[in-house]
Design a protein around this ligand. Structure first.
Ligand code: NAD
Length: 484
């Protein structure tokens, strides 16, 4: 047993991978450090897998596919029900692991990161219960079948949530799995693997190999016995996976970056829309792929928006993620801290107006990746801070002169993941929504809907996750044509 922090969080299997229903040692003695972003200390070392470890996991998944793909819907529902129950029962340990590995404020981890991860499992279970795997269309039997062995690669920002979005849908579809979690946030994934084991998932259906993207991830992408790869991560990694997967013609789904706009129409309730926009942009310390980080506002309301935004930022408690009162903890890792600092510097150099925040650590912190929540105004649509994904607490306020200009600024991006529109005249709000090139458009900050398909236009990726669309990504379509 290895004690990881003062909360007494313990992991038995740091040096192992979960393969064929058991914890097995890595094929190499190499390890990777896990760093607590709150104080930059190394809290654990995990095994660093190799292509050989991937081979073992894929072989287990291939063997298990024969029976799991033909298992009854009832038995899969039962497993998903148990997984959902265990996620809620083990919420505290999972939240602590997430907070430790990527710095999420503990309250946020408990109330958002873990419960929303559990929601993906509940929704996959409900989708499965209703789904028609066989239909009759124009005299032909259309059968939907599990695609096969799936390689799932996930990032560190919502570590458990990104895992369950993929794993729950793949399990519901009847697929078997090799998961490679982010090497920067692997602790919650280890707890999740044990949880699946405890839920009674048959051996080989789910397998986990830790390691880097360029070793384990690349070996999965190129593997000749993996039928599908689904990756959530950066555009760089997504493109590398797509290239590596091309030789074996496997299905590839990519959930990549974003630079989501938030258009405030002139009739929006600014006193509500601005602070809520700030909160949405800075949720999870801005480390969400669909965070609305470009607030597009009428030019004649700029001063009002700036002052409302500063007020909202000043109300955010930034600090030690272990404290219940903390809203924003540190950024998740050193690379992310450096990236965000360099983008704040770019905004200043390009002449955007720094309204609050700026360079350097939050006052009072000498260690830890604590970044000042930062707002820029008078941002030009062509500036780097308006075009590049920052993935941190940096909001760009961009003025527009008329609605056509607002739409064109919103669409002036390589990305197309999320978008927000605020306004009282719902007909106009909806009309603007139809003109936005993005996979999800949110009108007046609706509640999160775990059934709504999630995914990107343009360089934000392809494919959709969540709900029925999410499960269908893991299915093949067979037409059975013949005498009736
Ligand atoms: P990342 O691309 O560095 O890593 C993501 C995963 O891909 C990790 O497991 C990593 O090991 C693996 N990987 C890296 N290079 C690889 C390669 N060559 N081959 C195979 N696997 C490889 O991303 P990150 O820093 O962990 O996450 C941040 C990025 O993820 C941001 O760009 C963000 O927008 C994106 N993201 C997208 C979504 C979405 O649903 N669209 C959700 C969350 C995060």
């Amino acid at each position: 047993m290895t004690a990881l922090d003062p909360h007494g969080l313990q992991f038995d299997h740091l040096n192992c991978f979960y393969v064929e229903g058991t914890w097995i040692p890595s094929s190499t003695p190499d390890t990777l450090p896990v760093v607590n972003p709150a104080d930059e200390s190394v809290v654990a070392h995990i095994a660093r897998g190799s292509a050989e470890d991937v081979d073992r996991a894929v072989a287990a998944a291939r063997t298990a596919f024969a029976s799991w793909s033909l298992s009854s819907v009832e038995s899969r529902i039962q497993v998903l029900d148990t997984v959902h129950r265990l996620l809620l029962e083990r919420k505290d340990a999972l939240a602590q692991a997430i907070s430790l590995e990527m710095g999420a404020a503990i309250t946020f981890a408990r109330t958002m990161q873990v419960p929303l991860a559990a929601e993906h499992v509940r929704v996959a279970r409900d989708v499965l219960a209703e789904y028609q795997f066989q239909t009759l269309e124009a005299g032909t039997v259309i059968q939907r079948e599990a695609i096969g062995v799936c390689g799932l690669i996930t990032p560190w920002n919502w570590p458990l949530y990104q895992i369950t979005a993929k794993v729950a849908s793949a399990l519901a579809a009847g697929c078997t799995i090799v998961l490679k979690p982010s090497e920067l946030a692997p602790l919650s994934a280890l707890l999740f693997a044990q949880l699946l084991h405890d839920a009674g998932l048959p051996a080989g259906v789910f397998n986990l190999v830790n390691g880097t993207g360029t070793e384990v991830g690349a070996a999965m992408a190129a593997h000749s016995d993996i039928d599908m790869i689904s990756i959530t991560g950066s555009n760089r990694a997504g493109a590398a996976v797509a290239k590596a997967a091309a030789e074996t013609v496997k299905r590839v789904t990519l959930e990549l970056g974003g630079k989501s706009p938030n258009i405030l129409l002139p009739d929006a309730d600014f006193a509500k829309a601005v602070p809520q926009g700030v909160l949405s942009a800075f949720r999870n310390v801005g480390q969400s792929c669909s965070a609305p980080t470009r607030m597009i506002v009428p030019r004649n309301r700029l001063a009002e928006v700036e002052s409302l935004a500063v007020e909202a930022v000043n109300a955010l408690v930034v600090g030690d993620p272990r404290l219940d009162s903390t809203v924003l903890g540190p950024l998740a890792n050193q690379a992310q801290y450096s990236r965000v600092q360099s983008m704040i510097a770019a905004g200043i150099e390009e002449g955007a107006k720094l309204v609050c925040g700026g360079l350097g650590r939050v006052e009072g912190f000498l260690t830890g990746y604590y970044t000042k929540p930062t707002v820029f105004s008078e941002v030009g649509p062509g500036m780097r801070i308006a075009q590049e994904e920052i993935f941190g607490p940096v909001l760009c306020i961009i003025p527009y002169d008329d609605i056509d200009a607002a739409v064109s600024i919103a669409n002036d991006t390589l990305y197309g993941l999320g978008a927000h529109i605020q306004g009282r005249d719902l007909e106009r709000v909806r009309a603007v929504a139809t003109r936005i090139r993005a996979g999800q458009v949110h009108l007046n900050y609706p509640a999160w809907n775990p059934h709504a398909p999630f995914g990107g236009y343009k360089r934000s990726g392809n494919g959709r996750e969540y709900g029925v669309y999410g499960m269908e990504e893991y299915l093949e379509t067979k037409a059975i044509i013949g005498p009736s």
